[in-house]
Design a protein around this ligand. Structure first.
Ligand SMILES: Cc1ncc(COP(=O)(O)O)c(C=O)c1O
Length: 302
């Protein structure tokens, strides 16, 4: 963990940060957050990947949920850069969080102060060392992704993650590494905390944005595919299309591009990382690590 936090406009050492157990967000889950990564480039510089888009989505999440934020885009953008700089970490996972204070509990949030914090830490491999190469085993969850009109799926709402945590926990307890959630109509939605792509006959398919987060990695994958001349189709995907896919991968800031080697014990791509997955993964890792001449405008120098 970094020793530095940015809390309500001030940089504080970790030990000086405390929050009340009566913090509203603890009780009811009304908070919004982001997960952002920085990477070390070959020349030793450190860059944050798509900080602009993450900061925009953080503020969109606040707007969707009605959290009034005292800090503007520039404050939040800069705080993320400074927290990484002060941490001296190179490959950092950055967590901005907007949350509600402890003045009063109850569901009426009028007049309760909102707060903002940013910190970062090292989180090198979400699914363990080998996952990027060897892939992971996944199950289709018995938990359904929330209906978009109950918990807004375009925002990263703290309380919404209970759904993903329960699905993930169920998967782990059943011997899998991750869960795929269906939406309320039975179509594929996403992983517990990542978007999903399948490859069929050289076409990349991904669920349309009805019931999943508008992932920033998802957008990057679509951009790579467009630039490589690979056809991308966003549409409803059925569970049996997973079983008959040529390749499947998860994508997200935390998991990067992680191949899926089996679903519900059915092997995908002979249990190996497929060609298209390898291509997209290589492109992604080259770009985030500043090795690519293209997409430089996605990187913010720390
Ligand atoms: C539910 C959910 N879906 C998808 C993603 C992937 O989004 P991104 O690529 O912006 O990290 C995340 C991670 O933020 C997530 O929490």
């Amino acid at each position: 963990m970094s020793d530095t936090y940015w809390v309500d406009g001030k940089y504080l050492p970790k030990d000086d940060v405390s929050i009340s157990p009566l913090t509203h967000t603890f009780h009811y889950g009304l908070g919004v957050f982001e997960g952002v990564r920085s990477y070390e480039a070959k020349d030793g510089s450190v860059n944050i990947f798509r900080l602009k888009e993450h900061t925009e989505r953080l503020l969109e999440s606040a707007n969707i949920t009605g959290i009034e934020v005292e800090y503007d885009y520039a404050d939040l953008f800069d705080a993320q850069i400074q927290v990484v700089k002060k941490s001296n970490l190179k490959n950092a996972y950055i967590r901005p969080l907007l949350y509600i204070g402890s003045e009063r509990l109850g569901l009426d949030i009028e007049g309760i102060d909102s707060h903002a914090m940013v910190t970062c830490w090292e989180w090198p491999s979400y699914f363990g060392e080998d996952a990027l190469e060897k892939g992971i085993d996944v199950m289709v969850s018995s938990f359904t992704r929330q209906f978009p009109n109950s918990l807004m799926t375009k925002s990263k709402i703290s309380g919404g993650y209970v759904n993903g945590i329960m699905a993930h926990d169920q998967a782990k307890k059943n011997g899998y590494q991750e869960a795929i959630l269906l939406d309320t109509n039975g179509f594929i939605a996403e992983g517990s905390g990542q978007n999903i792509f399948i490859v069929k006959d050289n076409v990349l398919l991904t669920p349309s944005l009805n019931c999943c987060l508008n992932g920033i990695t998802r957008r990057s994958v679509i951009q790579f595919a467009n630039d490589e001349g690979i056809e991308v189709v966003e549409r409803n995907i059925t569970r049996d299309e997973l079983y008959t896919a040529d390749e499947i991968f998860f994508c997200g800031t935390a998991v990067e591009i992680t191949p899926i080697r089996s679903i519900d014990k059915k092997e995908i791509c002979n249990g190996k990382r497929g060609e298209m997955t390898t291509l997209i993964q290589t492109k992604y890792l080259d770009v985030v690590r500043g090795k690519s001449e293209s997409y430089q405008d996605w990187l913010t120098r720390v």
